[in-house]
Design a protein around this ligand. Structure first.
Ligand SMILES: Cc1cc2nc3c(=O)[nH]c(=O)nc-3n(C[C@H](O)[C@H](O)[C@H](O)COP(=O)(O)OP(=O)(O)OC[C@H]3O[C@@H](n4cnc5c(N)ncnc54)[C@H](O)[C@@H]3O)c2cc1C
Length: 459
């Protein structure tokens, strides 16, 4: 128990708000993006700046509180919130400042990718990120970051130049190639295990208008599409990215009525080469099998990045399963199709994101992300607004995963996992795990930061 006077003192020392059970806004503040997560922290410190983060980390440590750190709050497993303990909520630390000459962007630890895309687009620049703009910069980056620019410009971590961090002992440090390089290695894929990042510095690239969007085919054509796709994407030039999906066509505009609620397979493309060459580059793609819907064309990069935002508002029920995939044999494709054609709800789906190309050319030991040899990061997500469908979502996702896992590379991308235990985390980091555990021991020996895909400190 912490007495009221101590809490009042903590509250007075923060520039941001301190929210407790019973306070107006407590229920809104404890909610995260996944509606399946329902946790009740003892305290929520809405940090306004790095000084607040230092104060909050020290308070959590001194009072032996379970500490959760919240960036964008999107994590499927709800790792941005905890029961009983202290939530260090970074959402007020939200800014993106571009240096157009250096082609860099600095983003606050609580920013979303929409904040960053908005800022960089004005300068004709972009940093590789995910595919939904409401996702937090913090969690996505620290786990790795896969999305529309991965094949050309690498994972988000491959574009991270530096991070300002508050460590478990309250010290404020910078992690970069020059300063604390071991820490910099670990935060590029090792998640929120090593401290609280108050600001990220990213490299950005000249990307303004993509040629992209979804191309959909009838479910009955899935085998042919997947077989073509596996050959294409493993050999395609790196300025073409395309992630594969089983999905259901939403029942509303801009989709034509005859496709509403139809289960389909699709590829969401993003080509960033010269626009005048785009039609020619897409001719063979369009030619191999005519799609039932072709929404691919010139599109401002932030519009592609936020295309799915409206379909997935906060508060839906989400259940995640994931694997890295090296190859898609005909047998594996048949299993994918069996489960992919049984999507339990309109919002559910599976995605295969390519992580080859530029991301695959980085060596395994250059960052904590071990699966540089994988071709795809697959995610299977059961999603629905109605909590009564929760069990159906979970059952479908687990059965799908159990069926395809034998064809996978073994581990999974940490940002696509639920809370699945230590062995799954180890399977993800493989040969890099021991080094991560040693760095964890150096920077967080008591495992203060353990509400994450946890790496146990070890010498
Ligand atoms: C709709 C949707 C789409 C997605 N699409 C993609 C995608 O295309 N590509 C992709 O790679 N991922 C994607 N993801 C997964 C996403 O990367 C993870 O959910 C990620 O954890 C979200 O980060 P966050 O900051 O929003 O989450 P939070 O729930 O706030 O945090 C997640 C974890 O990161 C830690 N953390 C967050 N910020 C910080 C910080 N500043 N310092 C230290 N630790 C921090 C937290 O402590 C926690 O352990 C998607 C998720 C959703 C819900």
């Amino acid at each position: 128990m912490i007495d009221e006077a101590t809490i009042s003192e903590f509250k007075a020392s923060l520039r941001g708000q301190l929210i407790q059970p019973g306070d107006e806004g407590y229920d809104a503040a404890r909610k995260v993006y996944n509606g399946m997560i329902d946790r009740r922290p003892r305290l929520i410190a809405r940090c306004a700046d790095a000084a607040d983060v230092i104060t909050a980390v020290r308070f959590g440590r001194e009072h032996d509180l379970l500490v959760a750190v919240r960036g964008g709050g999107h994590n499927g497993a709800g790792l941005g919130v905890c029961d009983d303990g202290l939530v260090i909520d970074l959402s007020p630390i939200k800014y993106a400042r571009v240096d157009p000459a250096a082609r860099t962007v600095r983003a606050g630890g609580g920013s979303t990718w929409g904040d960053v895309d908005h800022a960089t687009h004005a300068f004709g620049l972009a940093t590789p990120t995910g595919i939904v703009s409401t996702t937090g910069v913090g969690g996505l980056t620290l786990g790795g970051g896969v999305g529309n620019l991965t094949r050309q410009y690498g994972l988000t971590i491959d574009n991270l130049l530096a991070a300002d961090m508050v460590l478990a002992d309250g010290r404020f440090v910078t992690a970069s190639a020059e300063e604390n390089p071991d820490l910099f290695w670990a935060i590029r894929g090792g998640g929120g295990n090593f401290g609280v990042v108050t600001s990220f510095l990213f490299r950005s690239h000249p990307v303004h208008t993509d040629y992209g969007g979804p191309m959909l085919w009838d479910l009955a054509q899935s085998t042919e599409v997947m077989q073509w796709y596996r050959e294409f994407i493993t050999q395609a030039p790196e300025d073409i990215n395309g992630w594969f999906a089983f999905m259901t066509v939403p029942p509303g505009p801009p989709f034509p009525e005859h496709l509403h609620n139809r289960k389909v397979c699709g590829i969401v493309w993003c080509y960033t080469g010269p626009l005048e060459q785009a039609e020619a580059r897409f001719k063979p793609i369009r030619g191999f099998l005519p799609p039932v819907l072709d929404f691919v064309g010139p599109i401002p990069h932030p519009a592609l990045q936020s295309m799915f935002d409206a379909l997935y508002p906060p508060g839906l029920q989400w259940y995640w399963k994931a694997d890295f995939v090296n190859e898609l044999s005909d047998e594996a494709i048949a299993v994918q199709l069996k489960h992919g054609s049984e999507l339990p709800t309109m919002y559910s789906g599976t995605h295969l994101y390519p992580v080859n190309g530029a991301a695959g050319r980085v060596s395994k030991d250059a960052t904590a992300w071990d699966y540089r040899d994988a071709t795809w990061a697959q995610v299977i997500v059961g999603v629905d607004p109605d909590p009564r469908n929760k069990d159906r979502l979970i059952t479908w996702a687990r059965q799908y995963w159990e069926a395809v896992h034998p064809y996978s590379a073994g581990g999974a991308y940490v940002n696509f996992m639920m809370d699945e235990g230590a062995d799954r985390v180890k399977a993800t980091y493989r040969g890099n795990y021991a080094r991560l555990a040693a760095i964890k021991h150096k920077y967080d020996p008591t495992n203060l930061f353990r509400v994450n895909q946890n790496i146990k400190p070890s010498t």
